[in-house]
Design a protein around this ligand. Structure first.
Ligand code: A4P
Ligand code: MG
Length: 170
């Protein structure tokens, strides 16, 4: 079976945000295997600013699922974790977006790959820098390091996971 390399962005700004990211990652198996994790970042809301700050993370995964099956899997995880429909760019318990899928380009109503807003989102580019700075955007042909130069990183703060802090002091 073909194994694909995929980058997925995780975001949460409601409830226990750190737990939501962790639960999302733990729900991926057995079809989807995480192979790299960025740090977690606290980021100001983008697109609609009257809402709480987000935690964001990007993970690299391996999977044999084709793109639309992976999308269905991510949407069903969002639902299982209790995400309720809100509005575009609005608050959410968990959001899982496919950023890149190998070097595939898809433009359909249900799925656009690469994700169309990557170039405008520091909350995606900063975590991508942690795990794949040399990855080349298959449409613009620019590496992540180069794309990251064009966004303001001022308000993107590294987040200290609370569970790790708890363990350190146990
Ligand atoms: N869809 C198309 N392409 C993709 C893709 N590459 N990955 C479709 C995932 N889904 C994709 O998504 C709506 C539909 O997009 C899906 O049903 C799928 O068929 P959704 O997640 O249900 O709705 P949404 O998230 O409200 O809309 P949208 O336009 O996807 O919003 P975004 O782009 O996800 O933005 N600010 C910060 N700081 N951090 C964030 O994480 N997130 C958002 C949401 C806004 N502001 C944010 C953050
Ligand atoms: Mg989304």
């Amino acid at each position: 079976m073909d194994s694909h390399t995929v980058f997925i962005s995780l975001g949460s700004n409601l409830g226990n945000r750190e737990k939501a990211l962790k639960d999302a990652v733990n729900s991926l198996s057995p079809d989807v295997t995480p192979t790299a994790f960025s740090k977690i970042y606290e980021t100001p809301p983008w697109g609609y600013d009257q809402q709480p700050t987000f935690l964001n993370q990007v993970i690299r995964v391996k999977t044999a699922l084709p793109p639309f099956d992976l999308l269905d899997k991510l949407k069903s995880i969002e639902k299982d974790l209790g995400r309720r429909p809100t509005f575009r760019y609005g608050p959410r318990l968990i959001d899982m977006d496919i950023l890149f899928f190998d070097a595939i380009v898809i433009s359909s109503e249900r799925l656009t790959i690469p994700h169309p807003e990557i170039e405008n989102r520091a909350f995606v580019l900063v975590p991508m820098m942690d795990i794949a700075p040399d990855f080349i955007h298959p449409v613009s042909c620019r590496p992540i390091t180069n794309l990251a130069k064009d966004v303001s990183k001022k308000k993107i703060k590294e987040y200290q996971p609370k569970e790790e802090i708890g363990r350190d002091h146990a």
